[in-house]
Design a protein around this ligand. Structure first.
Ligand SMILES: [Zn+2]
Length: 86
């Protein structure tokens, strides 16, 4: 891992597996009923995963997210709509 000067926490994108600053990634959290949703504040409790807000990463995360979150139901269309809005 590359040494950084900042103390910002680092997270790994489930899509591209790059380690980036937490603020550069979007957190997806498994909410009630095993439903995944975007956690804009990064504060929601529950099992979370991080992904770059970029289409290629979302595409790659697609097959991994359910496993990473241990979620039974991941609505990717909805997640993408929310993630890619800037
Ligand atoms: Zn990524």
């Amino acid at each position: 891992m590359v040494a950084r000067r900042t103390r910002e926490p680092l997270r790994t994108c489930v899509g591209c597996r790059r380690v980036r600053a937490k603020s550069e990634l979007v957190r997806i959290v498994r909410g009630a009923g095993g439903r995944a949703r975007v956690d804009r504040e990064g504060m929601a409790s529950g099992r979370g995963a991080y992904v770059c807000p970029e289409q290629p990463c979302l595409d790659r995360a697609r097959g991994r997210l359910a496993g990473a979150l241990r979620a039974s139901n991941v609505d990717f269309t909805e997640l993408e709509d929310e993630l890619l809005v800037v």
